[in-house]
Design a protein around this ligand. Structure first.
Ligand SMILES: *[C@@H]1O[C@H](CO)[C@@H](O)[C@H](O)[C@H]1NC(C)=O
Ligand SMILES: *[C@@H]1O[C@H](CO)[C@@H](O)[C@H](O)[C@H]1NC(C)=O
Ligand SMILES: *[C@@H]1O[C@H](CO)[C@@H](O)[C@H](O)[C@H]1NC(C)=O
Ligand SMILES: *[C@@H]1O[C@H](CO)[C@@H](O)[C@H](O)[C@H]1NC(C)=O
Length: 418
């Protein structure tokens, strides 16, 4: 009894004396920098859905299994940055107001390994009980959180920001800047854009009927303006186009558009959700909420300005989404969307893999791994595959200029259960 108490006290003291014993593992010098071998590795976890069936044995088991998936995926590959691509928590599945507390559990696999991470929030990360701003607050209490809020505006959501990745030869770092051996500031060789596609319900708002108030499910116009301006500013600052990747939880209508051409051996992956569940779905053109399954308001077109901005961003190699648990492919978008007159510009539109044991569907869990090399960057190409919870890798493709024409093994549509 006494020794147990003593142990507990000592543990408490140890934690107090070194508030973040894991922080030592974070190497700031190497933060968002290509490795000496010229590679940079990202692992994308989508739709973790923590906190479902909160307080029940089943809910507990789901969350435990999700942590195991994350650990298995991270053990299988080198990873420089983890992206949590939305629906970290199922905020609408509980009535308690402390849902953001789950963040402390979610980030453990990264904190333990000293891996940096960056999030986008999804529609389930905002509900009457869950304030997405609280998720950010919880995330940034931990070492390793790079999630930020850069775009300003009344209803822009939270996770709109850009991160810069530096070349392998950039070896010195000051407080917030990196310099090369001669002391000159390093020029980033890749940009990572993160967008908040919002959706779900407004936190703390109640309709006249006492019901939750739906929140628009597309990237806000103020964010599109911020994106265009920041993109131009960075380009001017460095005098060149910097290759980039983008992450947003809910895919756009452009993803729906290219889905019609998806073939298993051109675009390996599961394609069980047709049409794509997309931004502005079930919103009417006049900006009112049509209601789930509404046949008249299947798509309100509010994501068109964002699609235009994506297609107008030179050097944007790929956009990664989650949200549709039953879609895991990538397709290169080069066609013109006639109805909107938007040119595809060879952007790869990709899904990840459902990572969480919360959320609908029994498709085998996993994460999407992305490998960028300084050599491939010169051709605006990247490699990617799905790392399953079983540690097997599937759907290994090269998103290069011949993607959509190269043939790959078809990905098996495997299922796993609780
Ligand atoms: C939130 O509060 C409930 C009720 O007190 C508790 O059961 C649950 O563990 C808490 N969750 C978190 C993530 O702190
Ligand atoms: C570092 O590498 C980049 C290419 O990734 C190159 O443009 C730059 O000149 C190099 N800088 C130094 C100091 O060698
Ligand atoms: C956008 O989505 C709607 C609803 O699914 C669909 O009818 C329309 O064809 C899509 N637009 C394009 C260009 O694919
Ligand atoms: C693209 O990658 C595939 C698979 O690695 C390869 O077979 C193909 O030759 C590559 N295309 C180009 C243009 O490099």
């Amino acid at each position: 009894m006494r020794s147990a108490l003593l142990t507990a006290v000592l543990a408490g003291v140890a934690v107090q004396a070194a508030p973040s014993p894991m922080a030592a593992r974070y190497d700031h010098e190497k933060r968002l920098r290509f490795r000496v071998d010229g590679s940079f590795h990202l692992s994308v976890f989508s739709d973790l859905h923590f906190g479902e069936k909160q307080g029940t044995a089943e809910g507990h088991k789901r969350d435990e299994k999700t942590i195991t998936v994350m650990n298995n995926v991270l053990d299988a590959d080198p990873t420089d940055l983890v992206v949590l691509n939305g629906d970290l928590i199922t905020g609408d599945a509980s009535t308690t107001k402390n849902m953001s507390g789950y963040v402390d559990t979610i980030v453990q696999p990264m904190v333990k390994r000293g891996i940096w991470w960056a999030s986008t929030y999804g529609n389930h990360d905002s509900s009457q009980n869950l304030d997405p701003r609280n998720i950010l607050e919880h995330e940034t209490r931990h070492p390793g959180a790079l999630t930020a809020s850069m775009a300003k505006g009344k209803e822009v959501g939270v996770t709109n920001y850009v991160l810069q990745v530096y070349p392998s030869n950039c070896t010195h770092s000051g407080k917030d800047t990196k310099t090369d051996r001669s002391g000159k500031p390093c020029v980033p060789n890749m940009l990572l854009w993160f967008f908040d596609s919002r959706g779900g319900e407004w936190f703390g708002r109640k309709g006249k009927d006492g019901k939750p108030v739906p929140r628009p499910n597309w990237v806000d116009l103020d964010v599109v303006r911020w994106f265009r301006k920041t993109s131009v500013d960075i380009r001017r600052q460095h005098g060149k186009v910097i290759p980039s990747l983008a992450f947003v939880h809910i895919p756009t209508n452009a993803t729906n558009f290219v889905q019609g051409e998806v073939r298993g051996d051109d675009n390996p992956g599961i394609n069980d959700e047709t049409p794509v569940s997309q931004q502005a779905q079930y919103w009417c053109k006049d900006g009112t909420w049509g209601g789930k399954g509404n046949a008249k308001c299947r798509w309100g077109e509010q994501d068109v300005p964002f699609i235009r901005a994506l297609s107008g961003t030179e050097g944007l190699m790929a956009v990664f989404s989650g949200h549709d648990h039953g879609n895991t492919w990538c397709r290169r978008w080069h066609e013109v969307i006639d109805s909107e007159n938007i040119q595809g510009n060879n952007i790869n539109l990709c899904f990840g893999q459902h990572t969480g044991y919360g959320g609908y569907g029994d498709w085998v869990r996993g994460g999407r791994h992305i490998v960028v090399t300084e050599e491939l960057l010169l051709k605006f190409a990247i490699d990617t595959y799905i790392r399953l919870e079983t540690k097997v890798a599937v759907g290994r493709v090269s998103l290069n200029s011949t993607y959509n024409r190269d043939r790959y093994p078809i990905t098996k549509n495997d299922k796993t259960f609780l």
